[in-house]
Design a protein. Structure first.
Lengths: 229, 290
């Protein structure tokens, strides 16, 4: 059999097999799920070697005689001392090294990521002509409406996460009202996110149906392939 | 009939049934709509959004002496969205004659899948590998790779996807550090990749940044667009379809979005039916039967 046809049938059966879970939990669906996970893991090992380790570690060590690279896997192997009660401190040593590096990197990333976000949340409720010209564009009224909506939602949602004052008494009751409004805004945002999630899932489904119709069935019945999708 | 008992009228029965449609029927209905619209489509218009136009304009604005880096951090599980996004972005780069390099940090399958897309489109545009575009391959190490790239790109990348040193590629002549990059486009279905790019490259070195996400994760990144940290953004297959409109090459995303619209009509109708049934059912349960 032509290998391309074999691949086509394999992909079609895998698609149908995985989607059979929509009917009920079954061994066929599980089988293809495990095949997919196994293939992904195998491909990860293969590409890690060919695209990274071979060029950056093995070749310099073996061909260019940079013998000190031998210590890299030795340090990595220290992780396995987590299984030894007596020598677990060696694993902790290398873990500490990694935690420290990760924490340092995150600290470096933190301010460039979030400080512009915070700065952008300070919006003018009466923007000047100069501020309008510097902004993303739009009519004066549009910008005003946008900024007011933004500030109201920002403050009410933040008040929802303010738990230090009980919702009693004059101040507490008003805080309760704004936090309720904030909760409604959050619900609207979650609805929008869920809508996007539905869109994403259906896109994936359409992609597989496209494959089944155009590539698989279209291979045998050209009418399917000629539909222009 | 006892007080409070639900009256078994024809109307109540219908709305109750609407709430109890077996899920198989819903799946079958959805599959039916998808197949119908793929085979006999009724086209709906696609209008590019400001976020998509932003990404297109960002590609257009890249100076000729600078590279575009397309970080394709996706795999087969999100291919229906990220695949067309990559196709649309690569199309735009070829059309606007911008040199670009594909790279991948996670998951590694993306580097092969996006390479196939670039090879196929490169043939259509008569583009040459190593001159007009390159594939830097899968580079493990996230932030470490980016920090190394910021100082010395050829050293950080080493070999390309085909195992050839990137220094031998003609398009890499003059490429030294991150200042040689005019735009980074992150195409991904994974959270945190954007934060890594923004935190280590866009923020400290002011390299323009844009992105393309699966629709699931896109809402969380609008604040970055609002703050100007991102020049543009493609949201799922919708963003890819809008990009296809801008590059005037309707493709898979345009088809997906057309089918998607009809699938949404079905889902909205089912949600309305289910909720009306729920409200009417509750009202009936609360009303005592006279």
């Amino acid at each position: 059999m032509n290998p391309e046809v074999l691949i086509l049938w394999g992909a079609a059966l895998a698609t149908l097999g995985v989607y059979s879970i929509l009917y009920r939990e079954n061994p066929v669906s599980r089988l293809f799920e495990h095949i997919f996970v196994g293939l992904s893991a195998g491909y990860l090992v293969f590409t890690t070697w060919t695209q990274n380790l071979e060029g950056k570690w093995w070749n310099p060590m073996v061909q260019e005689r940079h013998w000190y690279w031998i210590f890299a896997p030795v340090v990595g192997a220290l992780f396995y001392f987590i299984y030894s009660r007596r020598l677990v401190w060696l694993a902790r040593l290398v873990m500490g090294l990694f935690f420290g590096t990760a924490a340092g990197t995150f600290l470096r990333e933190f301010f460039p990521i979030y400080s512009p976000n915070i700065y952008a949340s300070f919006k003018s409720l009466r923007p000047t002509a100069a501020a309008l010209a510097a902004g993303p564009g739009g009519a004066w009224s549009d910008v005003i409406i946008h900024n007011w909506i933004f500030i109201v939602i920002l403050l009410t949602v933040m008040s929802y996460f303010f738990f230090s004052i009980p919702h009693e008494g004059p101040v507490g009751r008003n805080l309760g009202r704004t936090s309720l409004l904030g909760r409604w805004f959050l619900m609207i945002a979650f609805g929008a996110m869920f809508g996007n999630t539905v869109m994403a899932r259906i896109s994936l489904f359409i992609g597989r149906v496209q494959f089944l119709l155009k590539d698989w069935l279209g291979h045998y019945w050209p009418w399917f392939a000629s539909r222009g999708f | 009939m006892a007080e409070g008992q639900v009256e078994e009228s024809g109307t109540t029965g219908f709305w109750q049934r609407m709430q109890q449609i077996p899920r198989y029927y819903v799946y079958l209905l959805l599959a039916g709509v998808v197949v119908w619209q793929l085979l006999l489509p009724i086209r709906m218009p696609i209008v590019p959004s400001a976020a998509t136009i932003g990404l297109y304009e960002a590609i257009k604005a890249v100076p000729d002496d600078k590279l575009i880096v397309i970080s394709t951090d996706w795999d087969a599980s999100t291919q229906a969205e990220t695949g067309p996004q990559t196709t649309a972005v690569v199309n735009a780069c070829f059309q606007l004659k911008k040199r670009f390099a594909i790279m991948n940090m996670q998951p590694p399958m993306g580097v092969k899948l996006s390479n196939d897309i670039a090879v196929e489109l490169g043939k259509q545009y008569g583009a040459r590998y190593g001159v007009d575009w390159a594939n830097w391959g899968y580079k493990y190490g996230y932030g470490n790779v980016l920090m190394a790239m910021a100082k010395d790109i050829p050293k950080a990348i080493g070999d390309d996807f085909y195992g050839k040193p990137v220094t031998r590629l003609p398009m890499m002549a003059g490429v030294k550090d991150i200042k040689s990059v005019g735009l980074v486009i992150e195409i991904t279905g994974l959270a945190t990749m954007t934060e890594t790019w923004i935190g280590l490259i866009q923020g400290p070195y002011q390299v323009p940044f844009a992105s393309a996400y699966t629709a699931v994760m896109a809402p969380g990144y609008y604040p970055f667009l609002d703050s100007g940290q991102m020049k543009g953004m493609l949201v799922g297959a919708k963003g890819a379809a809008e990009m296809e409109v801008l590059v005037n090459r309707p493709g898979q995303a345009t088809t997906i979005m057309n089918v998607q619209s009809w699938a949404h009509v079905l889902i909205i109708a089912l949600i309305i039916l289910g909720n009306v049934g729920y409200v009417l059912g509750r009202r009936r349960r609360q009303e005592p039967v006279r």
